[in-house]
Design a protein around this ligand. Structure first.
Ligand SMILES: [Zn+2]
Length: 141
């Protein structure tokens, strides 16, 4: 099935890519019952589930120890955002991460974290020097 992907022409949505990225997607979806109960927002945007509000916003405000608070975060085919504006502002960047999950599948999270640890150990920036972030910032600053 071909689906239109805003501004980027036609894109092949393969069920295999969704399956390959599904461990991270399930992690991203684990908050759905809580967000639902907290009246947050869950929306399907160009083949990606975007979630904001409630526990998701609280988690992002706290952020990751080495990256600090985040406006948005991608887990497979799920993107968590602080609010609707954050999701819109970071969409192009987070979509690069979605494609990285489609490439690396269940390896993405271990690889991403390993790079961050290695960079930290090397005295470099574990977030901005991470090759996954370098690629994402290259395409969508
Ligand atoms: Zn990023």
């Amino acid at each position: 099935m071909f689906t239109k992907n805003g501004g980027h022409g036609m894109r092949w949505y393969s069920p295999w890519l969704y399956l390959w990225a599904s461990p991270a997607t399930l992690l991203g979806l684990s908050v759905v019952p809580i967000v639902w109960w907290q009246s947050g927002s869950i929306a399907l945007v160009q083949g990606v589930i975007e979630i904001h509000g409630g526990i998701v916003t609280r988690c992002l405000h706290r952020g990751l120890p080495w990256a600090g608070p985040a406006a948005a975060m991608t887990l497979g085919h799920v993107v968590w955002g602080c609010d609707r504006a954050s999701l819109e502002r970071t969409r192009a960047h987070e979509r690069v991460h979605v494609r990285q999950y489609e490439r690396w599948g269940p390896l993405f999270i271990p690889l991403y974290l390993s790079w961050s640890l290695w960079l930290e150990w090397q005295g470099r920036d574990p977030y901005r020097d991470n090759p996954f972030e370098v690629e994402a910032y290259d395409e969508a600053p």
